[in-house]
Design a protein around this ligand. Structure first.
Ligand SMILES: [Zn+2]
Length: 239
């Protein structure tokens, strides 16, 4: 008999005092959507398809207006598919504060979505969108949270059997002495190993079915990295 398949249950929630993260879902080729909050901050990480529906289910309209920053790990559709509807909604409800979107340098998808969005809505847009390209070295602080982006190794397969690097980042969020490491999509890489170690929570993708997958990690590999953190979630597992 074959081994029973592990299917993660969403949402996944972790909380230490007011440091809170909720992974609404993380399903390869479908969608990822993550909300990270403290008493003073509201961030979105990887607004895949359905993010607006999930936010609407979980937080109030006022809280949605408080979202200040969006962090994009990479441009694949299952991580950015909800950007358009999120941006539109925030204008419909007359957001006034600027919205920051942090994304990996070289990620074409976010720029294209942003350009197309402005083409349609620039005349009526109620708020400013700041697109902020980041590379691995830039540490930043937003609303008492220190964000440390780090480069990971995500690739996509070409038709000829070769693979190409996808501009991709993981993020480590540190607040009040606690840290959450989110690796995004990645094959095994040293930066993820280093950043996950000792984190209070590591969120590690385990999207590979076979050991020689160049784009993702197997559950065994992902769990080994996760075990170096205080707690870990395995996400992005094919259903
Ligand atoms: Zn991906």
């Amino acid at each position: 008999m074959s081994k029973k398949k592990y299917i993660p249950k969403y949402p996944m929630i972790w909380q230490k005092d007011d440091f809170y993260i909720e992974i609404f879902c993380s399903i390869p080729n479908i969608a990822t959507g993550i909300l990270l909050t403290t008493d003073k901050a509201k961030f979105i990480i990887d607004p895949g398809d359905g993010i607006l529906r999930d936010l609407n289910k979980n937080i109030s309209k006022e809280e949605m207006l408080d979202i200040s920053d969006v962090f994009i790990s990479h441009g694949h559709h299952d991580h950015v598919g909800g950007v358009w509807s999120l941006l539109t909604y925030l204008s419909v409800v007359q957001r006034k504060n600027p919205l920051n979107i942090f994304f990996p340098k070289g990620c074409r998808e976010i720029k294209s979505i942003h350009n197309a969005f402005l083409e349609v809505y620039s005349n009526e847009l109620s708020y400013k969108i700041n697109l902020i390209e980041i590379d691995k070295r830039k540490r930043l602080q937003r609303k008492s949270i220190v964000i440390h982006p780090f480069k990971v190794n995500h690739r996509e397969l070409n038709d000829d059997g070769t693979s190409s690097y996808v501009p991709s980042l993981g993020f480590k969020f540190t607040y009040n002495g606690k840290s959450i490491c989110y690796g995004g999509d990645t094959a095994y890489c040293e930066s993820l190993v280093k950043m996950s170690k000792g984190a209070d929570l590591a969120i590690i993708e385990a999207g590979a079915l076979e050991e020689d997958d160049e784009t993702h990690m197997t559950m065994e590999r992902a769990a080994k990295i996760g075990q170096t953190a205080e707690e870990y979630f395995l996400v992005h597992i094919p259903e």
